[in-house]
Design a protein around this ligand. Structure first.
Ligand SMILES: O=P(O)(O)OC[C@H]1O[C@H](O[C@H]2O[C@H](CO)[C@@H](O)[C@H](O)[C@H]2O)[C@H](O)[C@@H](O)[C@@H]1O
Length: 387
């Protein structure tokens, strides 16, 4: 299949292919059918292209606004998102916002009550959730305290990291073997082999992890790998003269960071990205915290990854499972939305400033995330005595 063509970039237009264009993926890679998708019976199944919709804020707001809004000020959010939160005092606005997204720490008792008799499954984003946002992405280390909090919580609850980073990179940062990892915004999942569901084995590539344990590898955008590498090289070369711009290869997606670029040069960053992706109609552009991200135009995101992991861990029954997803970025909204739509589990949004979210609860920063993880452990250990 020719994934590259000379059509103009579809990411900025409404003409993104929907039903007719599908990516063929070897059937063995798919372990379940996303809702509404009927897989053919032959060797290949298709993952639909991502539906157009709120595709890129770039189209509606203009690129510069979108780049700015990846880290908007308190004032902008309070003004744009909630009219009632119009206090010029950020602390007052934050406290008002907490009425809509209560602190998961302050609401811990409520969460624990709801979790009684259920199995908690924990899903954690990495950057901005387990590690603070820093200027250089290579230095986004998590603290030893956070590592041990995650390690402890994983003793009691199945725990997965779902990150925009490459799976290897985020595994290297976290350094815990007892977790499940999904990299590239969920397009690279290493999950468990389920002995009880034979079908599952047919639908994933069986592999081994670094400890030689048998695992299942799910990579729905595998065919895009050469294209992503090509795009990465082009972006490195085209942005080399923009001071502060860096390009990160996240295996199934590429991140172009502009956090350290003078604001006057953001336009150049945008133009470079445009220049490169215009010849790749099957890639799309999204943006996160001071980062432009180029990824395959397939209907797969952190929400789908969350569902996939729940399914493959045998935890998709809402009656006895309580999934909790903690994240700080736009890409985490897909996962919050899944939990909200399934009416199953809690999204916890990590933010210091008022922002609209699909999550139910909030935490201020990674320090509060750590407190929350510790509270889960304390609750679990104390409830062991009362049972
Ligand atoms: O899904 P995540 O684990 O949250 O990853 C999202 C992106 O995080 C990283 O970039 C962000 O954090 C950097 C380090 O704090 C910061 O310098 C950058 O400005 C942020 O955008 C990572 O580098 C990206 O590749 C991830 O996609």
């Amino acid at each position: 299949m020719d994934l590259k063509s000379n059509h103009s970039a579809p990411v900025l237009t409404d003409s993104a292919p929907v039903s007719k264009s599908r990516l063929s993926v070897y059937r063995g890679l798919i372990s379940y059918s996303p809702p509404g998708v009927v897989f053919p019976q032959d060797r290949f199944i298709s993952i639909p292209w991502r539906k157009p919709g709120v595709l890129d804020d770039f189209r509606t707001n203009g690129w510069l606004d979108a780049m700015r809004s990846s880290s908007p000020t308190h004032k902008k959010f309070t003004k744009d998102i909630n009219h009632e939160l119009s206090s010029p005092d950020p602390e007052v606005a934050y406290r008002t916002w907490l009425l809509k997204y209560p602190s998961a720490l302050a609401s811990f008792e409520q969460i624990a009550n709801f979790a009684k008799g259920k199995k908690i499954a924990l899903f954690l984003d990495y950057d901005g959730t387990l590690s603070p946002i820093v200027e250089n992405p290579e230095n986004a280390f998590m603290s030893d305290d956070m590592r041990s909090a995650v390690k402890n919580v994983a003793k009691y609850f199945p725990t997965a990291i779902i990150s925009g980073r490459s799976r290897d990179k985020v595994h290297e940062f976290v350094g815990l073997t007892e977790l499940y990892y999904a990299g590239s915004h969920g397009m690279d999942i290493m999950g468990p082999v389920r002995q009880s569901v034979p079908d599952y084995h047919r639908n994933c590539i069986q592999s081994t992890d670094k400890q030689d344990n048998e695992v299942n590898l799910f990579q729905p955008a595998r065919e895009f790998l050469p294209m992503i590498n090509e795009v990465f090289s082009s972006l490195v070369s085209i942005t080399k003269d923009i001071k502060g711009a860096t390009v990160e290869n996240n295996k199934f997606c590429v991140s172009v960071h502009y956090r350290n670029v003078d604001q006057d040069n953001w336009k150049s960053v945008w133009e470079c990205v445009q220049d490169v992706i215009k010849t790749y109609p099957r890639l799309r552009l999204t943006h996160g915290r001071k980062v432009l991200e180029i990824r395959p135009m397939i209907d797969w995101d952190k929400g789908k990854a969350l569902e996939f992991l729940l399914e493959s861990l045998g935890l998709s029954n809402c009656d006895d499972v309580l999934p909790i997803y903690v994240g700080d970025d736009r890409t985490d909204e897909d996962a919050f939305k899944v939990l909200r739509e399934r009416n199953c589990g809690y999204g916890i949004f990590v933010s210091k400033s008022p922002k609209e979210s699909n999550a139910y609860f909030s935490l201020r920063d990674p320090a509060e995330v750590m407190e929350f993880l510790k509270s889960l452990v304390t609750w679990k250990e104390s409830s062991a005595f009362t049972l």
